[in-house]
Design a protein around this ligand. Structure first.
Ligand code: F3S
Length: 394
């Protein structure tokens, strides 16, 4: 990979050891993937925050770094609600390490908004055509597909390195040639709500790391697109998709391709329904909503469904702290039922989930990840079914 004289000086350590290490990571990545050069980024979103995932070695690595990030950078969810961790029954030792991890990131100038949906709280963090270095797979999918920005699925260290240098290697989804659709998915059903998570769960497994182009019967909401992309990134490794007449369009080169070159897949209602049937959830001891983190509109729908009801098992509603803080009346309305609005973390990256035997979710991504990453069973239902499974009427 070509590096400029200034970048070379950083690489040689003239601007300190931390920047040298950061540049070393970017150059190694660029060389492996045959990047032409580094490209400036608008923002970074950094995974590797939950102490459950990074452990002592990760904490030590982050703590050793010095300096400040040079672009807006925000964190992925941590392993606990940073304020209500005792209510989540997180032990003191884990909480201490988690707080030390957050402090280490804070010293580097990173915003302590631990969320997988940065675009819901900072609308300017990414725009069409912007190059980014984002880590969280659902956020990567949303940025590439719905916003029309350009990011690879970064690891935690490479996103942090990019935030410190302000650049990332120019390869993969930064290039037009890797943004051409590979599959055409015709959906012969009118989908809504968690159906999009089920659709993503199915299609991710079919297309793996392909670039699907969807033909849908109805225009999905931003939350439904968020859910679709998140599920495909988890059951497969889809980082970019298109929805005809909804999302930004593929690069011009695609127009020259014959549509017939795309691999065709057709999905009907029965296939979507089979996801619900295969993973029943009503026997779960806990329901968790908000994967990816709930938007304001999702919180409103959940509040409406909970009005006049009481929770008989555990119900977690995960969202970004900024959204919860900006709408205390909504949080209060949800919690009146006995549900908990949990911030800074989620059902997958927190060790708190491991106390249960089975969790019910309305998210295709959580359905794909919970068994492997939390070691518990997962059931799937619509938001309405999830709430019905854990509540009774006043
Ligand atoms: Fe976000 Fe956790 Fe799901 S990071 S996308 S809520 S697994």
């Amino acid at each position: 990979m070509y590096i400029s004289q200034d970048e070379e000086r950083i690489y040689q350590g003239e601007r300190g050891e931390s920047l040298r290490r950061a540049m070393e990571i970017l150059v190694a990545l660029g060389d492996i993937f045959d990047a032409e050069k580094l490209v400036s980024i608008k923002s970074a979103q950094i995974a590797g925050v939950s102490f459950k995932n990074i452990g002592d070695a990760g904490l030590e690595w982050i703590s050793d770094l010095e300096g400040k990030v040079v672009v807006p950078a925000i964190l992925n969810p941590a392993g606990m609600d940073l304020l209500r961790w005792k209510e989540m029954k997180i032990n003191e030792s884990f909480a201490g390490k988690q707080k030390a991890t957050i402090d280490a990131y804070r010293r580097l100038g990173i915003e302590i908004d631990c969320t997988c949906t940065p675009y819901q709280i900072y609308p300017d963090i990414a725009g069409p055509g912007d190059h980014l270095a984002w880590s969280e797979s659902s956020a990567v999918s949303y940025a590439n597909s719905v916003i029309g920005a350009r990011t690879n699925r970064e690891g935690g260290p490479s996103a942090l390195a990019a935030a410190l240098i302000g650049k990332t290697p120019y390869f993969g989804y930064h290039l037009d040639r890797n943004r051409i659709p590979t599959h055409c998915i015709r959906v012969k059903a009118d989908l809504k709500d968690s159906d999009f998570g089920a659709l993503g769960f199915l299609v991710g497994g079919m297309v793996k790391d392909g670039v699907p182009l969807f033909r849908l019967q109805r225009r999905p909401t931003p939350d439904e697109l968020k859910s679709l992309g998140a599920a495909m990134a988890a059951s497969g490794s889809v980082a970019l998709y298109y929805v005809e007449e909804v999302t930004p369009t593929p690069p011009a080169a695609f127009g020259k391709m014959e549509n017939s070159k795309l691999e065709k897949i057709s999905i009907d209602r029965k296939q979507v329904d089979e996801v619900y049937e295969k993973y029943p959830g009503t026997d779960a001891e806990i329901v968790a909503l908000g994967c990816p983190h709930c938007s304001l509109s999702e919180l409103n729908s959940i509040a409406e469904l909970l009005d006049g009801k009481k929770v008989k098992k555990q119900l977690w509603v995960c969202t970004a702290r900024k959204i919860a803080n900006a709408h205390p009346e909504l949080v209060e309305r949800i919690e009146r039922s006995g549900a908990k609005v949990i911030c800074d973390t989620c059902m997958v990256v927190s060790p708190a989930s491991e106390r249960y035997r089975k969790m019910m979710v309305n998210s295709g991504k959580a359905l794909a990840y919970i068994p492997g990453l939390c070691g518990i069973k997962a059931g799937f239902g619509s938001t309405k079914e999830c709430i019905k499974a854990v509540t009774w009427s006043d």
